[in-house]
Each structure stands twice: as structure tokens, then as C-alpha cells.
Design a protein around this ligand. Sequence first.
Ligand SMILES: Cc1ncc(C[n+]2csc(CCOP(=O)(O)OP(=O)(O)O)c2C)c(N)n1
Ligand SMILES: [Mg+2]
Length: 332
Amino acid sequence: MDTYFKIYKSDDNYKRFDEDKLQQAWYVMNLIRHFEEKSIDVYKKGLMGGSLHSYIGQEAVATGVCMNFDVQDQITISYRGRGQALAKGADPFYLFAEMLGKVDGCSKGKGGPMHIASRKNGILGANGIVGGGIPHAVGAALTAKYRKTNQVAGTFFGDGATNQGAFHESLNLAAVLKLPVIFICENNLYAEMTPIRNSVLNEDLAERGLAYRIPSVVVDGNNVIDVFEATKEAIERARKGLGPTFIEAKTYRLEGHMYGDPETYRTAEEVKERRKEEPLLKFKELCMTKNLLSEEKMIQIQNKAKDEIEKAYLRAEKSKQPEMEEIFTDVY
Ligand SMILES: Cc1ncc(C[n+]2csc(CCOP(=O)(O)OP(=O)(O)O)c2C)c(N)n1
Ligand SMILES: [Mg+2]
């Protein structure tokens, strides 16, 4: 049986990351962070509709995973999925335009922050239904296998989603049919206002993958290099026809479940403690202590990411509102 349960450690993984990869990881994590910060600013001003679920604190997962995907590989994401969309190459302009309800939005401004998609970038779509994207990714993997396209599918979901029936059906089918799909569980310790300790007895969710005989890996989700390495191996297995992998990325969401969440279910001290381990800080410390990138270079990359986000937002602001007649199109 080729099933294993593994815990990735960070000690010397960084030695396998060349300067290009270090810069890319830093850039993408900053792109996501600025995008999310900008979104909160804009949302606060009442310029965006729908609900806004921040990805701040989880940037290393999207970045480390998606750095391994090719453009034609396909992913599904959740209502918190703008980070993964950016990491998969989506243009921030189309995302902002969508969130502002403009015609240039990736869903023509009709979906809002929870409905990001981009066929061109292999982003099959976000889902407001918890766990809803998991079977879609399994379907994409089945199609890829049937058509022999060599594509891999990835699906991002939370700890809470692993209690959904669709999650279990998807894992079982993917295991039995040996499908090229990577299950990426972002265990941020909360499902809305419910702490994980109140909903499951075994908090090591990777063991749920093992129950279906899927090789399963626990990784520090705040360490972009570890996430990258774990995914690299998973994708290699998938492309060789060896079937799915389950990756549990242990992370933490630094903002409320959604904008306006009073966060009465956790203490400010807990969040403050967790902030010391947040992924951008962690990466910066690693680069400084191991002399991987100069501080000057890191600041330059940060500014470049911020600049790209600001420009994308200004362009999106200028995009038009949809015409009234549009209300009857794309409706099923
Ligand atoms: C089927 C379904 N049940 C309940 C909800 C309400 N709901 C929205 S987000 C959420 C929590 C999901 O938690 P988790 O899977 O850990 O993802 P996270 O929000 O932490 O990223 C719930 C219960 C929903 N959207 N869909
Ligand atoms: Mg969660």
C-alpha cells in the first residue's frame, strides 16, 4: 500500500529554493496581502456589495500550492478564494471589477466577492456553499484522466468543509478511480464562529484522507516553502497517474470570518500571539536570518506588488456599471 502520513518540516527546505522562486513567493504573498487590505478599505466605504471574507494570514497556502500549477491545471476555490485566484494568475483588475459590480468583472459584475472565476487561468469558480467546490475538482480530474490531458486539479477548502458529505464522497471516488486531484485543506481553526475543538475530536484533518487510503500530508501552512514542497510531490504523483493527495495546511485566519464579525468566540490575545507567526513575517525572518534576499530587494518587491494592486483598483473603478438589459442574461 503506497498510503502514507507525513509531516513536512521546514529546517532546510529553503536550500531548494533558488533566488527566482524566493522572489516569486514574496511577490505573490504581497500581492494577495495588498489586494485583501485594499478590499477591506473599499468595503468599509460601502463601495462593494455582498460579504467579504478575508484571506489575510493564509497567503502562504495559496502561494506555495499555486506556484506548482501550470496554467491549464484547474482549481476550485471558496468564498475566501481571491488569494488562490491571484496566485493562479488571475488579473486583479477583473477581480476588483467583479467586487465593485462592474461590467469588466470576471462574472460580469453579477457575482461579487464570493464568485470569482477565470476559465483562462484554470479557475473553475468559487463557491458560497461550504465544500461545494470539492466534487467539482474531482469532476475536473476525472475529465482530465479520461481525456488524457495530463492536467491536475486542485481544490481549496476549510477545516469546516471536511464535515460535509460531499467532502467524503469526493475523497472516496478520487481514491477509487486514482484521479489526479490535490485536496488542500486550509485548517485555520475556525468554521465561522465555531472553534475546531468544538466540532471534531481529531484536529489532524489529514487523517481523514488516510481513511480513504489517500497519501496525506500535514504541513505548516504559514511556511510557503513547506507548502510548495508538499504540493510539488503531490503534483508529481498525480501526473504519474498515482492518484490523489490530501494536504492539510495548518494556518490561521487573522481577520474575522467576514467583515463585520465581532469575533466574540476568540480573544484579542490569541490573535496577537498568532500574528507573530503570520506567513509574510515568517518568510521575511527566514530570508533575513539565512541571508536569502536583501532587505532592499524585499522592500522593492513589496512596493511593486502594492503598485500593481493600486493600478488594478483604479482601472476597475473606471469600469462601467452593467446596462439594465444585462439583468436577464446569464440567468438559468
Ligand atoms: C452548506 C453550507 N452550510 C453552511 C454555510 C454557512 N457557512 C459559511 S462559511 C462557513 C464556515 C466554513 O468553515 P471552513 O470550511 O473552515 O472555511 P473558512 O471559512 O474557515 O475558510 C459556514 C458554516 C454555507 N455557506 N454552506
Ligand atoms: Mg476554517
